[in-house]
Design a protein around this ligand. Structure first.
Ligand code: DC
Length: 217
């Protein structure tokens, strides 16, 4: 059953937890598209490249490989596994910069569609709107800013401070305001507020929607 599930939402909303759970539950591959943008951001940082046309040039002949295991999602560039490098603050900022470049988006979207062709759970910012506009189920996962900031601090094992607040606000702003595929709630999405509903309840609601789709097929 090649179900394709699109999950979008801002950072720290709890998309990954839900996406992984769902992929495990439905026995589907899991694709973290944010990690793919982060890999390009990391590469640009590593090569000291900032200008959009130079970042775009980095993509020529580049091999980006993903391992879409919900328990252990991995990204390699040119045969080197860079997964452990992708969570640094600087890589986060560089990822949100390269994500504004239309050629980078086009290059990654093509690979994301290919990876999803025989069914997958994809999480990101533009999955329901651009990558898989005809996804079987679309989810928009969100939470109040305060909740998201606290989660992000816990993930990083850091205290919530002014720097982190600024970083998240800046990334949120860029993700929403950029011209190329900004973060939007897809019209036909199920909206999940992870600050207001617990994981089990959200999962039950989503599985209900999945079962309805399966019956229609
Ligand atoms: O989800 P994340 O924080 O790992 O994403 C990293 C950056 O990539 C973030 O600034 C948003 C961007 N991104 C995007 O533009 N489109 C996606 N489908 C996924 C992530």
């Amino acid at each position: 059953m090649n179900l394709r599930i699109a999950i979008d939402g801002p950072s720290g909303a709890g998309k990954s937890t839900l996406a992984r759970q769902l992929a495990l539950h439905l026995d589907l591959p899991y694709i973290d598209t944010g990690a793919m943008y982060r890999a390009i951001g990391y590469l640009a940082m590593h090569r000291g490249v900032v200008a959009a046309d130079e970042v775009t040039k980095l993509l020529e002949g580049l091999e980006l490989e993903i391992k879409s295991d919900p328990n252990d999602f991995r990204v390699s560039i040119d045969g080197v596994d860079v997964t452990e490098r992708l969570r640094d603050t600087e890589v986060s900022m560089r990822a949100s910069e390269v994500a504004q470049i239309p050629a980078v988006r086009a290059w990654l979207v093509a690979r994301q569609r290919q990876a999803a062709a025989s069914g997958a759970v994809l999480e990101g910012r533009d999955i329901g709107s651009q990558v898989l506009p005809d996804a079987d189920v679309k989810l928009f996962v969100t939470a109040a800013e305060e909740v998201r900031m606290q989660r992000r601090a816990a993930q990083l094992g850091a205290a919530r401070d002014a720097d982190l607040t600024r970083e998240i606000r800046e990334r949120d702003r860029r993700d929403k305001e950029r011209k190329a595929s900004p973060l939007r709630v897809p019209e036909d999405a199920i909206v999940i507020d992870t600050g207001a509903e617990d994981e089990a309840a959200s999962l039950a609601r989503i599985l209900d929607a999945v079962n309805r789709v399966k019956k229609r097929r």
